[in-house]
Design a protein around this ligand. Structure first.
Ligand SMILES: [Zn+2]
Length: 389
């Protein structure tokens, strides 16, 4: 697409000439990347939105070529004036402020357009757009398919990922799950048969602990909490078991030498029990549940901090997790040559692919009754989280 954009920026009035390109995108490209026969008009508008607004970042070239040319004219105007005047300058003209204005204008226009398109969609698709617009939820779509980073997807995985993103009916799946329920995407995300949902939890836990080990001391998974010896915890639902464990421990994360515990939870926002609840409320509910379970014990007995890391299967995360990964990016960027923003983008991309691979595994993985995950034990956090319906 970059080469086409170059054409749009350098040649005016080519909208009609780009119609064959738009036809190829609509009739050939989209069917091949979605697995659908054709791309409906409403879908085409949705796909034209930037990924962060729930789209696929594939705009209609006949619609945005003029704005590309106008933006290019504005940005290069100071340089053009210099060339015409033939006055020698030591420094090239600073076009950063013009670029910033152009980008700001483009962002505002995209946001307005996204809102208009969203309002014309079904309530189910609106919720999908809201989930896809969460920070980090679309990172996998923006990544280069680098094999050494694990950012490559097979054709089937890519199709499944798009079907999950837009709530389409999955292709080539069994009619029923081994548990007897009809096999749908929403059921696949919450069915505990085969231990696939636990593998999803453990993958996020291990990935996070590995990142922490680069910047903290004593980073460990499943650290046992000290036994209670008469301490009274509040509330009553607090975890008082002798063999209680958090998911991750690290020292020196929030403060120097300060001990910190973290616990991961993944929920499926399209499960029946959450469908009529706002997305921020579901995150908050899970964060509060985790804090009730561990917060008081970790604070009073371990003299440490506790942070719940709550994820949606769609790639978004709760407020506390957002703050946690921002802090992690800050610490990691100090230990590397990468900037804070690049480090945060890399972390979000890694988490996004972890959730995406887990999601496709929940769809295509084996749930045969004899299968038992090697991690399938309560000690490894497999009892983590309430059963979703
Ligand atoms: Zn099932």
């Amino acid at each position: 697409m970059g080469r086409w954009v170059y054409l749009m920026r350098t040649i005016p009035n080519i909208s009609s000439l780009l119609q064959p390109l738009e036809d190829a995108i609509r009739l050939k490209l989209f069917p091949s990347i979605t697995g659908h026969v054709a791309c409906a008009t409403g879908e085409r508008e949705l796909f034209s939105l930037p990924c962060r607004f729930g789209g696929l970042g594939m705009g209609d070239p006949t619609a945005f070529c003029e704005s590309q040319f106008d933006a290019s004219l504005r940005i290069t105007a100071p340089l053009k004036d210099l060339i015409i005047s033939q006055v020698a300058h030591v420094h090239s003209p600073d076009t950063r402020s013009i670029k910033a204005q152009v980008h700001q204008h483009r962002r505002k226009a995209s946001k307005k357009r996204a809102l208009e398109i969203r309002n014309g969609l079904s309530s189910q698709l609106q919720r999908a757009i809201d989930l896809n617009s969460e920070p980090g939820a679309s990172s996998w779509l923006l990544a280069l398919p680098l094999q050494d980073q694990g950012y490559h997807l097979t054709k089937q995985e890519f199709w499944d990922a798009l079907h999950l993103r837009y709530g389409w009916t999955l292709l080539n799946t069994p009619s029923h799950c081994v548990c007897g329920s009809p096999f749908t995407a929403d059921h696949a995300m919450i069915c505990r048969h085969g231990g696939l949902t636990f593998v999803r939890h453990n993958d996020l836990r291990d990935t996070t602990a590995e990142l922490l080990s680069n910047v903290c001391t004593n980073a460990a998974i499943e650290p046992p909490l000290q036994s209670l010896s008469g301490e009274e915890l509040t509330p009553r639902s607090a975890n008082c078991q002798d063999d209680a464990r958090a998911d991750i421990h690290a020292r020196g994360f929030w403060g120097r030498r300060q001990s910190a515990f973290f616990d991961v939870r993944v929920f499926h926002p399209n499960a029946q029990s959450y469908r009529n609840v706002s997305i921020p409320s579901v995150y908050r509910r899970h964060e509060m549940q985790k804090k009730r379970e561990y917060g008081d014990r970790v604070r009073e007995v371990e003299f440490a901090s506790f942070t719940p890391l709550v994820f949606a299967t769609t790639g978004g995360m709760g407020k506390e997790a957002i703050t946690f990964y921002r802090r992690l990016a800050e610490l990691l960027s100090k230990h590397s040559a990468l900037s804070y923003s690049s480090t945060l983008a890399w972390i979000r991309c890694t988490l996004s692919f972890s959730l995406l691979r887990s999601a496709t595994m929940c769809i295509r993985g084996s749930r045969s009754i004899s299968f038992r995950s090697p991690d399938a034990s309560p000690e490894m956090g497999l009892t983590n989280g309430p059963r979703e319906t």
